[in-house]
Design a protein around this ligand. Structure first.
Ligand code: FAD
Length: 427
């Protein structure tokens, strides 16, 4: 095959990230191949939530299966007396939505099918880099070449190299969609974080904190998920399941039928930035695009795909540009210095939160959600500039109780080093 006949890009993986970048590259009129183990119809395992504003700005609100206006969190200690102050909800006053996975998937498939995209089935396991192309070989010996390969194979990327070997903090969660003996939350309510801990013994309160992420799905069905924010030694599925059962039993609630169990086994929150000096690009979970504070990725993947695709397309206008330099242009658009700095700041925040006990975490989040809506929303969706984030964090620090201020000020472990990276991101 001559360079002229080569596909422009080979995308590895057909999860949300692979589909988003493939369709954006297709819109740039590039010739794109996508390789994934089960082809483009492979169902996605997770449930994808997103803030209403994010999905509205993307013009994709029609892809939501549910949308909630009554969105709250609980940061009190909790009490069995319903109207006790310790059960007082923090109102978020912002809509939250859940994607209809099938609709989201078909949306991207349609977008891809409107362009020059070829689908291939196979599991990539070897790559060979040459100056003007890369060649991928699958498990069953099929060979695919392109001017640029994009690794979108998720959190444990098949070919991408990451910059550091520091321990990963992993989010785990155990969720159930089902019916319950009585409503576990208010009608039409979405609960972002229920950190109430009155169901735990004093010993259990000293163990890693977890919260409930929950939503009313209608028709008597609820989705409840016991979630642990991020830990180097994460809790097991059995631990989380036990926590959820205990939380419900304390409030005299039984699961009467289970329609679906969601097992969130491995969601790394603080993946290092990839090594930019490699002749391959990454996208999505593989390229550390998950938000270290929330574990979310979909909004970011949707927003950034057209920008990255444009940078690749512009670079490819020079037919003699080596693959290494095309990848470099892609990395520069995916990870400009401002975003690297922001990521360091988010990672610093996560490191802090991982050390907080459940009481301090509740106090921290209580203060965080007292920030003006545009600030906490911008922080969680990564839509503020670095300057705006620093400003928001400073305001929160000034208003927070002494316990939180102290927790934020005392530097432990690698925190100081992480803070340093915000100022000198390229060291
Ligand atoms: C339980 C859970 C809940 C989540 N909830 C949300 C949420 O509410 N909102 C949100 O924004 N984010 C959420 N996330 C985070 C994130 O959106 C998802 O993890 C998302 O699936 C990551 O997308 P991805 O395309 O990068 O990777 P993946 O979805 O993991 O897709 C990887 C793709 O690569 C393929 N692949 C793997 N190896 C190879 C190979 N060697 N060759 C070829 N193909 C390969 C896979 O088959 C798959 O198609 C959640 C994550 C988890 C775990």
């Amino acid at each position: 095959m001559t360079t002229k006949e080569l596909p422009d890009v080979l995308v590895l993986g057909a999860g949300p990230a692979g589909m988003a970048i493939a369709s954006a590259l297709g819109k740039e009129s590039l010739k794109v191949d996508v390789l994934s183990p089960k082809g483009p119809d492979e169902p996605w395992p997770n449930t994808y939530g997103i803030w209403g504003n994010e999905v509205d700005q993307l013009g994709l609100e029609n892809l939501l299966e549910h949308r909630w206006k009554n969105t709250v969190s609980f940061f009190g200690n909790g009490s069995l007396k319903e109207h006790d102050f310790e059960n007082k909800p923090t109102q978020h006053l912002l809509d939250y939505g859940l994607f209809d996975k099938k609709k989201l998937h078909s949306y991207w498939l349609n977008e891809c099918n409107n362009s020059l995209i070829n689908w291939h089935q196979g599991f990539a396991n070897k790559i060979n880099f040459e100056q003007h192309k890369s060649t991928v070989t699958t498990d069953d010996g099929k060979v695919y070449s392109a001017r640029l390969v994009i690794d979108a194979t998720g959190y444990d990327p098949i070919f991408l190299k990451l910059k550091s070997n520091e321990p990963l903090a992993v989010q785990t969660c155990y969720g159930v969609v089902g019916n319950f003996s009585k409503p576990p939350l208010e009608k039409d309510q979405f609960v972002l974080m229920d950190y109430r801990s009155d169901h735990l013994s004093e010993t259990q309160k000293k163990e890693p904190p977890t919260f409930l992420y929950a939503m009313d799905m209608g028709d008597g069905k609820y989705f409840l998920e016991e979630t642990q924010l991020g830990l180097v030694n994460p809790l097991t599925m059995d631990d989380l399941k036990g926590r959820l059962e205990k939380r419900l039993a304390y409030r005299d609630i039984e699961i009467t039928s289970k329609q679906h169990e969601e097992l969130g086994l491995f969601l790394p929150m603080n993946m290092p930035i990839p090594d930019f000096k490699q002749p391959i690009l990454g996208y999505g979970g593989a390229a550390s695009m998950v938000h270290p504070a929330s574990g979310y990725l979909i909004g970011n993947v949707l927003r950034r795909a057209p920008l990255v695709a444009k940078a690749i397309s512009d670079a490819m206008q020079d037919k003699n540009l080596p693959t290494m330099l095309i990848a470099k242009k892609g990395w520069e658009s995916l990870w400009p210095t401002e975003l690297i700095r922001k990521k360091s700041l988010y990672q610093f925040g996560l490191e802090k939160l991982m050390r907080f006990d459940e009481k301090l975490l509740r106090e921290f989040f209580e203060s965080f959600f007292q920030l003006p809506k545009n600030q906490w929303y911008g922080f969680l969706t990564d839509t503020l500039s670095l300057k705006e984030i620093v400003n928001a964090m400073w305001i929160m620090f000034l208003k927070a109780p002494w316990s939180v201020k102290k927790g934020l000020m005392i530097m432990r472990g690698r925190e100081l080093k992480m803070l340093f990276k915000i100022i000198f991101p390229n060291i």
